[in-house]
Design a protein around this ligand. Structure first.
Ligand SMILES: *Cc1c(COP(=O)(O)O)cnc(C)c1O
Length: 372
C-alpha cells in the first residue's frame, strides 16, 4: 500500500517505531564498536541513540541555514577511514544533495541511509524520497506525514541488504497486548479530543505521561536522559498500527497537497516581510510537514501562540531534539555545529494542512516583529 509513494519499491519492513527501523538497518549493515556514522547535527536524539546502542560513534555535521541540512561538501569533509554509514535527512521535508551524497558513499564503499521520517511522499529531483540511498526509514508517529500513533518502517533499495535485514528482524518482539491496547485508546482519544483548543494542554500532558512511562509514548524517559537501550525497544509493528496505516494512507494524497499549498502561502508572506523562509526554488524538493520559521524569543512567542490557540510545533528545540542538557553523552559538542545550535534556539514550526493558515497569518501579522 505504501510502494506507490516509493517508486514501486516493495522491500518494506515494519517496526514499532521509526527509530527501531533505523537501528535494524544499522545492525544489518554490520555497524559495530569503533565505527563512525555521519548524521546531520540537527536531528532527534533517538537517531543518535540507535548508533550508540551499537557502540558506534555518531559524527555530527553542521547544517546550512537555508536548507536545514548539511551540504555535500561538509559531509565529504567528515568522512574518515572509520566511516561506515552516512545518514541524510529530509529535515522538515526538505532534501539536500541526496543524489550526490548517495553516489559519494557508493564510491567510497560506505553505506547510505536516508532519514525520511519527515519526508514520506516527497521527491528529490523527481525521484521518491527514500529511494536514493541503500536504505531509508520512515516514521508514522503522531506528527509525522501520516500517523499510526507510533510506528515506522524501513525501505531497502540495495538488494544485498535484504538477507541481513531478514536475519536481524528475526529477533523482533511482538508488542504486548497491553501496550497495543493503550496505543489504540490513545489514537481514539486523539481523534476525539485533539483540537486547536486542547492542543497545548494535551501536548503537555502526553509528554509528561510518556516521560513517566505511564502511557506508550513517543519517547520514554530513558531515551532522553541517556544512551542505554530501553527494554522492549526492538519490537515489530502491531496489527492495530497496520490497520490504522491502511486508513491513514487513503487521506494522504489530499493532505500532502494541502500542506504544499499552505507552505507557499507562508513563503510568500514571509518573503514579503523579509523574514526567514523556505526559498521558493526549494519548494519542489520539499515534502512540507511543518513550516519552519525563526523567532527572536521562543518562549515569548510560544506563550503568545498558546493564547491565540495556534498549534505551534517545537522541532527541533535542540540540535538533538528534545535533549537540552549533557549532549556530550551522545558525543555532541555545540561548538562544532554553530548553525544548528543557533537555529535550534530560534526555530518554531507553523501548522500545515490544518485549515488554520489564515488564522496563523493574521497571528504572524500581529507579531511580525518577533520573527527573524
Ligand atoms: C521522529 C523522528 C525520528 C524517529 O521516529 P520514531 O518513529 O519516533 O522513532 C527519527 N528522526 C527524525 C529526524 C525524527 O523527526
Amino acid at each position: 500500500m505504501l510502494s506507490r509513494w516509493l517508486d514501486n519499491n516493495t522491500n518494506i519492513f515494519y517496526f514499532w517505531k521509526g527509530r527501531v527501523a533505523f537501528f535494524a538497518i544499522l545492525k544489518a549493515m554490520g555497524v559495530k564498536k569503533g565505527d563512525e556514522v555521519i548524521v546531520p547535527g540537527f536531528t532527534c536524539v533517538v537517531v543518535a541513540n540507535a548508533i550508540k546502542y551499537l557502540d558506534a560513534t555518531p559524527v555530527y555535521v553542521d547544517i546550512q541555514q537555508e536548507t536545514l541540512n548539511p551540504s555535500f561538501e561538509a559531509i565529504k569533509d567528515a568522512i574518515t577511514d572509520k566511516t561506515k554509514v552516512i545518514v541524510t535527512q529530509n529535515t522538515f521535508g526538505l532534501s539536500t544533495d541526496t543524489d550526490k551524497i548517495a553516489a559519494l558513499a557508493r564510491d567510497k564503499g560506505i553505506w547510505s541511509v536516508e532519514d525520511c521520517t519527515h519526508g514520506f511522499g516527497g521527491t528529490f529531483k523527481g525521484k521518491a524520497n527514500g529511494t536514493w540511498c541503500d536504505a531509508s526509514f520512515f516514521s508514522t508517529q503522531w506528527n509525522k506525514p501520516f500517523s499510526t500513533g507510533i510506528g515506522g518502517f524501513l525501505l531497502v533499495n540495495n538488494l544485498s541488504l535484504i538477507h541481513p535485514v531478514k536475519e536481524v528482524i528475526q529477533d523482533l518482539e511482538k508488542p504486548p497486548a497491553k501496550d497495543v491496547f493503550m496505543l489504540t485508546m490513545l489514537i481514539r482519544f486523539q481523534q476525539l479530543f485533539l483540537t486547536p483548543w486542547t492542543y497545548w494542554t494535551l501536548r503537555r500532558l502526553y509528554r509528561f505521561l510518556s516521560r513517566m512511562n505511564i502511557v506508550v509514548g513517543s519517547s520514554e524517559g530513558k531515551e532522553i536522559t541517556g544512551n542505554e537501550m530501553p527494554q522492549n525497544y526492538f519490537r515489530k509493528m502491531s496489527q492495530v498500527q497496520m490497520k490504522v496505516a491502511a486508513k491513514a494512507i487513503k487521506k494522504f494524497d489530499a493532505l500532502f497537497s494541502e500542506r504544499k499549498a499552505d507552505a507557499i502561502i507562508y513563503t510568500r508572506f514571509l518573503e514579503k516581510h523579509n523574514k526567514y523562509h523556505v526559498k521558493q526554488k526549494l519548494h519542489k524538493d520539499h515534502a512540507f510537514l511543518k513550516y519552519p520559521v525563526l523567532v527572536k524569543n521562543r518562549s515569548v512567542f510560544e506563550e503568545k501562540a498558546r493564547k491565540a490557540k495556534i498549534e505551534l510545533g517545537d522541532w527541533f528545540c535542540s540540535p538533538l531534539h528534545p535533549v537540552k542538557e549533557n549532549l556530550c553523552q551522545w558525543d555532541f559538542f555545540d561548538e562544532k555545529t554553530p548553525v544548528a545550535s543557533k537555529i535550534s534556539k530560534h526555530v518554531v514550526n507553523l501548522p500545515l494542512g490544518s485549515n488554520a493558515t489564515e488564522k496563523v497569518i493574521s497571528f504572524l501579522i500581529r507579531n511580525i516583529d518577533d520573527l527573524m
